[in-house]
Design a binder for this molecule. Structure first.
Ligand code: ADP
Length: 239
């Protein structure tokens, strides 16, 4: 897989969060999910985010991926402050530059593996890419080509997650944000899916992964440990 989707002329981290706070407000109840988060993700880096359930990992990933806006504090993507970005420009940034992978796969049930992946590429509008060739390429890469015509409910969890990863990488994003990507899988499939993500990173894609698995977290170049909405500490991989 070619490394980056864009050539960039700016320097500095791919993502910069400064003093980010985020509060959910539902039915009169306020939950402060992120507290004063300051974090850089460098281009090409592999970062894991861990910590107990409810400590804010998914919220942090959503803010990094521009799905949620910081309540206070700032998010910059490739040096550009996102504070005043319109919803449509954020949607475009996500379409072109960010691949999401979720624990629950989130495939479209009525579409085959091939069609799920193809739709993601069409949505990304990349005239420079031959669509069918690229879909075949990523299906081979993640080992799902033999199930191309199957619907998601005809696949195992591991196969569905392979399809979801293929869908995330087909448009050659700069970054993959993966939220507990192996959380619903048995240990053998979890190891295979994790290996695929590592291979994607090795090809130059920035990778941020939320995980409960200390063994997985420790494979990252940098480990971010969260507690109660805060970053408790970050550390580099022991090598
Ligand atoms: P984690 O990913 O570490 O399990 P989350 O980011 O999902 O944590 O959640 C952080 C906090 O925000 C938790 O207290 C959770 O209950 C709360 N929360 C998450 N999503 C919502 C939501 N949509 N509405 C209200 N509260 C939420």
């Amino acid at each position: 897989m070619p490394p980056q989707s864009f050539t960039t002329h700016s320097t500095g981290p791919l993502i910069r969060l400064k003093g980010v706070n985020f509060t959910y407000q539902t039915a009169g109840r306020r939950v402060k999910a992120l507290r004063d988060i300051t974090l850089d993700v460098e281009r090409g880096e592999f970062v894991s985010i861990c910590g107990p359930s409810g400590c804010g990992k998914s919220t942090l990933l959503n803010v990094m991926g521009t799905l949620d806006r910081p309540e206070t504090g700032s998010l910059s993507f490739r040096g550009q402050d996102m504070a005043n970005a319109t919803s449509s420009s954020l949607a475009r940034l996500r379409a072109l530059d960010i691949g999401f992978v979720f624990q629950s796969f989130n495939l479209i049930d009525s579409l085959s593996v091939y069609e799920n992946i193809k739709l993601a590429l069409l949505y990304r509008r990349r005239p420079d890419i031959d669509v069918d060739e690229r879909v075949e390429e990523v299906m081979d890469l993640v080992g799902i080509a033999h199930r191309a015509r199957h619907l998601p409910n005809q696949l195992s969890g591991g196969q569905q997650q392979r399809c979801a990863i293929a869908r995330a990488i087909v448009g050659k994003p700069s970054i993959i944000l993966a939220d507990e990507p192996t959380g619903n899988l048995d240990s053998e499939n979890a190891a295979q899916i994790f290996n695929i993500l590592q291979a994607v990173h090795a090809e130059g894609c920035t990778l941020v992964i939320v995980t409960h698995s200390p063994a997985q977290a420790d494979q990252a170049e940098r480990i971010v440990e969260m507690l109660d909405g805060r970053i408790q500490f970050t550390r580099r991989r022991l090598s």
